[in-house]
Design a protein around this ligand. Structure first.
Ligand code: C2G
Length: 132
């Protein structure tokens, strides 16, 4: 069984996230998503609209996702690769090169193109335009 993983906040889940998860799953049979906890989001300079539990429940409802684990900090990835016997680590292209160090853990590292026209920040900005 080939195990693949990806990390992120996945707030205001949208089709860009789904595109990423669908293509990530193609690299294996079992997809583990490491989901940024609220406290770590603050460290990433992000304030998510949905809290961790809600974002986790949404991800768990996606057919491509087999397990959701907490992403507590930047430093856990190397340990996670061994703890979860990961074969492939995948991230969107905005992270290209940033996680190549995981190759020395025997993990394939892939960067997948982002879905260009959508983002959580764009959704928030566009919604502000709609007068309540
Ligand atoms: N993504 C995408 N296309 C978009 C938006 C996001 O492919 N239009 C991808 C991102 O590249 C990322 C994943 O979806 O791989 C999750 O995006 P975010 O929730 O914004 O994650 P991020 O804040 O980049 O967190 O340790 C890594 C960090 O936790 C990554």
């Amino acid at each position: 069984m080939k195990r693949v993983t990806t990390y992120g906040t996945f707030d205001l889940l949208h089709y860009g996230h789904i595109n990423l998860l669908r293509r990530t799953k193609k690299y294996g049979d079992y997809l583990i998503v490491a989901l940024s906890i609220d406290e770590f989001n603050n460290k990433k300079g992000k304030k998510s609209y949905f809290d961790y539990q809600k974002r986790k429940a949404l991800l768990e409802a996606i057919r491509y996702v087999d397990l959701v684990i907490p992403e507590n900090n930047w430093k856990q990835k190397i340990n996670d690769m061994h703890k979860y016997y990961i074969n492939t680590f995948a991230m969107g292209g905005d992270w290209k090169g940033k996680f190549d160090f995981l190759k020395s853990e025997g993990v394939d590292v892939v960067y997948l193109s982002r879905t260009p026209e959508i983002s959580t920040s764009k959704i928030k900005k566009d919604l502000k335009l709609f007068k309540q």
